[in-house]
Design a protein around this ligand. Structure first.
Ligand code: PEP
Ligand code: MG
Length: 841
């Protein structure tokens, strides 16, 4: 007996079998045996044994064969540690020979018996003797004729008689499977799926259950859920008089499993076997604590369970299956949370290209904002708005987007840009408003003047042509693709509630508009972690006032124009506070360089001159005067706040007046005011003095008391290093890792997209540092800043609000450093929350 030999183990309830030594299939079969299911007799070969087989050192195949009845036919199937890593195909009917054929012809019928033999000869020829599968293309005729032709072809090619001895056959099959596993292409294929270089292969030798013969015979698979939706539903396939994967290949002859008006079903043909089968499937679900697909054979009405594999599933099915298993108390809620990949949630949050659709890819870029949409091509924001007004979906294509495009982006179904990276304007806005977006599509040619884009294969698409943008994987497709709607259903919400209960780091959202805030609120964000106030000025009505403000000659004039912006900002903030119902709202004071609000082209400048009633030359002079060599390192953020104080004064007043308005009829509001791009303590002191004065003035004027929290955005390396002297002046530090990454690497966030993939390919960066936080470099600054800030001001609130806030790996780092919250785009809140929950479990 082989029971005590660790190389080859008869699978019993107690045999020592583990995934790591025998592979997942062997382990699963043992579980089925333990459940007393009708599993044919099985022997498992360990990784070690199979490894030695590959080196032609045969373990004792006699001992394996001895475990089976003398006349039993056998099959061999692969058993790798992870089923995804693949393995050689199964070989069935080992042990058949001329003598067995005679006996089987009596019991099964000639045709069926010959079919079994033919299948074995052909698969032996291809897998063991390595003959060309084409040589059997001409085999035809009835069972006996096909067998004779197959045997003849084999003997002609190999110049040997077909082996008749069962042990010889089995040894050869085992060795060929071991060798196939070690072949270069198999190795590369599984390494691409994440298998280690030395991943082992186990093999499972099982007594055949034929699936052919008299009475109801056949093979198939059955599962209790729909793989696509995760809803309970008996699905699968069954084919009478079949073996192996026959039922899964070609669909003409397959039967329905359950009663169906369209045709015959297994349930009717073999009611007892069917009932037993569904019972076994339910037992497997309960005991294996997973939705399983059952592989089965029916032999003259009798059921055999050959195997069970984890049901393949879409992202939405994964959520539904996990939640249902937890609801049925089969797994814990924590386990349910651990079983869903945070990233796959994005697929539920947005419309997707149906995974079953064939894709006609015409371009590729960076997947900047998930979800997919189809529409007609437009090249300007104005056309996008016109298109939306006609009720026509459109795709806005730009070289890159700027604040002027915001309205067009809102009107478009998706955005495609030639330039830009993961933190470019289009990407940030796209994620913020849940708009599918592909940026940096550098393998397409963009001719904006002609209104054309050209694919790498030369196809040209013009204004009005229909394309699809898939922001989930960065592809651009020709025409309209079949779509699948978002699935924010009850199961999703329940999973999120469970995540919320265990997560120990808070999740806020970056939200600039009431619509964003509402999305954040719907996802139960713990507040707004970053409101980029400048996005509020992109509205055309406001943009003109903004430009007037920029053109003001004196502080006095500027204040006068800002007076007109004040009520608009106050309204914005009041709405945000109301929507967030007392949750913290962190408002960042104005950040971008002013030139971003001025038109770059002549036509725009002429229009502006007209609007402001100024000579064109004045406008041009002003635009030139504000232009900078390195605008991201120039007059922006707190530097503007210090040198043009009127803007921050207006914003502070708007925030405080909104605080009073929102608190009057809702939850009390304690606004958070955040200063961007700080690099020196003195900057904070100056702004604090000014904001404090505005607060005092508003209290005086209104007679209403309120408090506020002042914070600093740490997004320059110096601010991180000097956090110790900055912290005493503020209540919170929020790390803006977009700029901090840009400045730590000296790498432009708007231009890095051009060479990022090259850099990642060559292994210079392990990943795009704008996407996944560079924990070594930027992370060290975060750690230093957090430590120094906390030491100077114990209890200071720490957080991150760069794009990394929604990235699971980066969240792990922030949690480890002891941050209080992460803030990310509203649509990433669920992903961040699940990631946070998994870290806490
Ligand atoms: C940052 O720099 O990380 C940040 C959040 O601000 P912005 O992206 O607006 O520069
Ligand atoms: Mg920034």
């Amino acid at each position: 007996a082989v029971q005590n030999n660790s190389d080859t183990t008869l699978v019993t309830a107690t045999a020592p079998i583990a995934n790591e030594s025998h592979g997942g299939r062997a382990k699963c079969l043992q579980r089925l045996v333990r459940l007393d299911l009708p599993v044919p007799r099985t022997v498992a070969l360990s990784f070690d044994a199979v490894h030695r087989l590959g080196d032609a050192q045969l373990p004792n195949v006699d001992a394996v064969v001895a475990e089976f009845p003398e006349d039993a036919m056998l099959c061999v199937r692969p058993s790798s540690e992870d089923p995804d890593w693949g393995g050689p195909g199964a070989v069935l009917n080992i042990g058949i020979n001329d003598a067995r054929l005679k006996e089987l012809s009596k019991s099964l019928g000639e045709e069926a018996a010959a079919g079994l033999y033919t299948r074995f000869v052909q698969s032996y020829a291809v897998n063991v003797a390595r003959l060309d599968p084409d040589m059997f293309d001409d085999v035809n005729g009835d069972g006996r004729a096909a067998l004779a032709q197959s045997l003849q072809a084999y003997e002609q090619e190999t110049e040997e008689a077909f082996p008749q001895d069962r042990t010889t056959q089995l040894s050869a099959v085992l060795r060929s499977m071991a060798r196939a596993w070690n072949g270069t292409s198999a190795r590369l294929l599984r390494q691409a799926k994440g298998a280690p270089a030395d991943a082992g292969l186990g093999l499972v030798v099982q007594e055949m259950a034929f699936g052919v013969g008299s009475g109801q015979c056949g093979s198939g698979v059955l599962q209790l859920v729909n793989s696509d939706t995760g809803a309970p539903q008996i699905t699968g396939r069954y084919l009478s008089q079949s073996q192996g994967r026959d039922a899964l290949e070609g669909d003409a002859a397959a039967l329905y499993l359950t009663k169906d008006p369209r045709g015959e079903s297994l349930e009717e043909l073999a009611p007892e076997a069917f009932a037993e089968l569904t019972e076994h499937a339910a037992l497997m679900r309960r005991k294996l604590r997973e939705e399983m697909q059952v592989e089965f054979v029916i032999e003259d009405g009798r059921l055999h369970i050959l195997d069970g594999v984890r049901v393949a599933r879409s992202s939405r099915a994964a959520v539904r299956i996990s939640v249902a298993l937890a609801d049925d108390k089969i797994i814990t809620r924590e386990e349910a949370l651990m079983r869903v990949q945070p990233r796959t949630l994005t697929e539920l949050l947005h419309r997707q290209v149906d995974p079953r659709t064939k894709r006609d890819v015409i371009g590729r870029g960076i997947a900047a904002s998930p979800g997919a949409a189809t529409g007609k091509i437009v090249f300007t924001a104005t056309e996008a708005q016109a298109s939306a007004a006609r009720g026509e979906a459109c795709i806005l294509i730009r070289r890159e987007t700027s604040p002027e495009d915001i309205r067009g982006m809102h009107a478009a179904a998706a955005v495609l840009t030639e330039r830009g990276g993961i933190t470019s304007h289009a990407a940030v806005i796209g994620r913020g408003i849940g708009l599918p977006c592909v940026v940096g599509a550098s393998n397409m040619r963009f001719n904006l003047r002609k209104g054309q884009i050209t694919a790498s294969d030369g196809r040209t698409f013009s204004t009005g042509d229909e394309i699809t943008v898939d922001g989930s994987n960065g592809q651009v497709l020709a025409g309209a693709a079949q779509m699948r709607e978002a699935a924010l259903d009850d199961t999703f919400n329940r999973l999120m509630t469970w995540a919320e209960e265990v997560a120990d780091i808070k999740i806020r959202a970056n939200a600039d508009t009431p619509a964003d805030a509402q999305t954040a609120r719907n996802f139960n964000a713990h507040g707004i972690g970053l409101c980029r106030t400048e996005h509020m000025f992109f509205d055309p009505g406001r943009l003109t006032v903004m430009r007037e403000m920029i053109f003001a000659e004196t502080g006095e004039d500027r204040r006068a124009v800002l007076e007109r912006l004040l009520p608009m900002q106050r309204d914005d903030f009041t709405q945000l506070f109301r929507i967030m119902q007392g949750q913290p709202v962190c408002i960042r004071l104005f950040d971008p360089p002013l030139h971003e609000f001025l038109p770059g082209d002549k036509a725009g400048q002429r229009e502006l001159a007209e609007a402001l009633n100024l000579p064109l030359s004045d406008v041009i002079r002003r635009v030139e005067g504000l232009s900078e060599y390195n605008p991201m390192l120039g007059m922006r953020g707190v530097r503007l706040g210090v040198t043009v104080p009127e803007i921050y004064e207006m914003q502070a007043r708007a925030i405080f007046e909104a605080t009073i308005a929102a608190s009057r009829d809702g939850e009390p509001v304690v606004p958070e005011v955040m200063i961007p791009l700080v690099s020196a303590r003195r900057e904070v002191e100056l702004i604090k003095t000014s904001v404090d004065a505005i607060a005092a003035a508003v209290r005086n004027e209104t007679g209403v008391q309120f408090t506020y929290r002042l914070g600093v955005m740490v997004e320059t390396p110096r601010a991180a290093l000097r956090a110790g002297e900055i912290a005493p002046h503020c209540s919170f530090l929020s790390f803006g890792t977009n700029d901090l990454t840009q400045m730590t690497y000296g790498l432009s966030r708007d231009d890095a997209g051009r060479f990022m993939s090259n850099y990642v390919q060559q292994g210079v960066f392990p990943e795009d540092p704008f996407h996944v936080l560079d924990t070594d470099g930027v992370g060290e600054l975060l750690q230093l800043g957090a430590e120094r800030g906390r030491k100077a001001r114990p209890g200071i609130t720490l957080s991150i609000c760069g794009e990394h806030g929604g990235n699971p790996e980066s969240i792990a780092f922030c949690r480890a450093v002891g941050f209080d919250y992460v803030s990310c785009s509203p649509f990433r809140v669920p992903v961040a929350r699940l990631a946070a929950a998994q870290l806490a479990i």
